[in-house]
Design a protein around this ligand. Structure first.
Ligand SMILES: NC(=O)c1ccc[n+]([C@@H]2O[C@H](COP(=O)([O-])OP(=O)(O)OC[C@H]3O[C@@H](n4cnc5c(N)ncnc54)[C@H](OP(=O)(O)O)[C@@H]3O)[C@@H](O)[C@H]2O)c1
Length: 531
């Protein structure tokens, strides 16, 4: 039923804004700034201002309908309430109040209650409801603009630690495949009756990114403490090829979740960083929070692991033939550039010929190593003393039988480039690379593919290090930007806080110096390859 011309229409709007009450109230009181950041508010000026009251003039446009009025505002600062009443204008009655209250999320719940009467006979009955809807939309747009402004302001102060309330870190993760996703669900509900794969993937696909876990009191070796969050981005790697726009939407959502939590730095783990790098401009324009891929610290850990493994296996780096699978990528490319000064020969692999050629040209300026490219991963590793596997592949891409006896293989991939379910090869040293040992536990409860709660992905660890150093900046950002100097710098900062290279392991097997001695013995005595 339509309201009659004398009937008051009530409009209610409710939104949580990501700032404290006093900040929201301060913003509401600065009405003269509204046209600067609210596209629907065409004009708003103060006619008269006193300590607790003001007279203001408004011009607002919602979907082509212009609303003009003058209103009296009264500020009840004690109760965080603002009353307003139009004293002249297009509507016969326009009055209401803004009520602010603390919200458990740490933000402010804003309720706007408005009463409206159009006052035009006949027509009022027909369009009163529509007008009320437009006004509702107007207030919703105002609140969204305020929310964006509050968050932008919050992050603008980030460099001024004295006034900034930004702190902590967030890591964005995702399951590495469907089996891992099931494991994650079963952690929360062990007797879960599994629906069909199709159904489960669809439900996962429509799930928005969410804050999955808070880590309190993470302690550095210096004694400094911080806190952080694990934000789940509901994607699995195959989705990046199949539905890239869906993936980037969810990565953006995950960054917003972190931003709402007021953290100083967010790292994009696994395939969220690969998507993030592909759409980096879009992502950085969408969020205020500093982003990093964590790839610089990952490279630092990969190289440290490779140097240590070479020492254990007695491989002379200066003569070594190194293959980097995914050598045109961010991590693989950086490893190759740094190693080009130290080793004898580097072969890089990738699927895209152009990417490989560009990287080959760059590497030829980097140092002494002879550079080769190859698009066949198995062929490329056949004579390699050292293999760094850093391809963004969603499943295994190299056969164990292809490695030469005595080879060192550092698999950085997430998911792994090599299958965990190998291998009868006892004459090669293969380990998970790019991993850090933490100074403090990071226990998410569920399995994230690591042997214990002290071992963590380098990309995640980078955010914790940057947070402990209060370096809230896009530290690793943009493909191909990792330099030897930055790798050295992040390594130094990490060591200062007690982060070290994780012990070697592969699958569920830990590898010690003693197990490496066994591998060396197999190499000496000669073993038939049957990987
Ligand atoms: N351990 C950790 O803490 C950690 C940290 C960060 C990242 N990661 C993982 O490290 C890997 C690399 O990350 P990134 O940031 O360097 O990714 P990236 O910049 O996208 O580089 C990956 C490279 O892999 C190549 N590639 C993809 N499929 C391939 C295949 N079948 N054979 C050979 N090359 C292939 C791609 O080149 P083409 O397209 O030309 O093939 C690309 O250049 C990912 O799996 C990521 O999840 C691990």
């Amino acid at each position: 039923m339509q309201p009659d011309e004398h009937e008051l229409i009530s409009v209610r709007i409710n939104k949580i804004l990501r700032a404290k009450k006093w900040k929201v109230l301060r913003l509401i009181s600065k009405v003269e700034d509204f046209p600067k950041y609210m596209p629907n508010v065409k004009q708003c000026s103060i006619i008269e201002k006193r300590a607790r009251a003001s007279l203001t003039s408004w011009s607002v446009d919602v979907d082509g309908i212009p609303f003009n009025w003058k209103e009296k505002d009264e500020f009840d600062f004690e109760n965080f309430t603002v009353h307003f009443k139009a004293i002249e204008g297009d509507l016969e009655i326009l009055e209401g109040r803004w009520i602010l209250s603390d919200h458990p999320s740490g933000g402010t719940e804003v309720k706007i209650e408005v009463s409206v009467q159009l006052g035009i006979p006949m027509v009022g009955q027909l369009v009163g409801g529509v007008i009320a809807e437009k006004l509702k939309k107007n207030f919703e747009l105002m609140l969204s603009a305020m929310d964006d402004k509050l968050v932008t302001q919050r992050y603008k102060n980030i460099a001024n630690r004295a006034v900034s309330d930004i702190s902590g870190f967030a890591v964005i993760g995702h399951p590495y495949n469907l089996r891992h996703l099931i494991k994650y669900f079963k952690f929360y509900k062990p007797d879960m009756k599994l629906p069909s794969e199709e159904f489960m993937l669809k439900v996962f696909e429509i799930t928005p990114s969410y804050n999955s876990y808070e880590i309190k009191n993470f302690k550095s070796a210096t004694g400094k403490e911080t806190h952080g969050y694990f934000v789940m981005c509901p994607i699995i790697p195959d989705m990046l090829t199949l539905k890239p726009e869906k993936v980037i939407e969810k990565v953006g959502q995950a960054c917003r979740v972190a931003e709402n939590l007021g953290v100083g730095i967010v790292t994009l783990g696994g395939f969220t960083s690969i998507a993030g790098e592909q759409y980096s401009k879009l992502l950085t324009s969408y969020t205020n929070v500093p982003l990093t891929t964590g790839n610089t610290y990952t490279v630092s850990l990969v190289l440290e692991g490779v140097y240590k493994a070479a020492q254990w296996m007695g491989v002379d780096l200066a003569q070594a033939r190194v293959t980097v699978i995914g050598g045109s990528g961010d991590i693989g490319g950086a490893c190759a550039r740094i190693l080009a000064e130290k080793v004898g020969e580097i072969t890089i692999t990738g699927r895209n010929e152009k990417g490989l050629m560009e990287q080959e040209r760059m590497l030829s300026y980097c140092g002494r190593a002879k550079i080769r490219t190859c698009r066949d991963n198995n062929e490329a590793v056949r004579n390699a003393d050292i293999v760094i596997a850093a391809a963004s592949a969603s499943s295994s891409i190299v056969d164990f039988a292809s490695f030469k006896s005595g080879a060192i293989i550092c698999d950085v991939g997430y998911p792994k480039n090599l299958s965990y379910t190998m291998s009868h090869r006892e004459d090669i040293l293969v380990f998970s690379g790019g991993l850090a040992k933490l100074p403090s536990d990071f226990d998410l409860g569920f399995d994230i593919g690591l042997p214990n709660t002290k071992i963590f992905y380098g990309c995640f660890a980078e955010a914790i290090v940057l947070d402990l150093e209060e370096r809230y900046e896009n530290f690793s950002w943009g493909k191909g930007n990792i330099t030897a100097e930055k790798v050295e710098l992040i390594g130094q900062m990490a060591r200062k806080h007690g982060f070290t290279l994780a012990p070697f392991f592969w699958g569920i097997r830990m590898l010690t110096e003693a197990s490496v001695e066994k591998i060396k013995k197999k190499v000496r005595t000669g073993v038939v390859k049957n990987g």
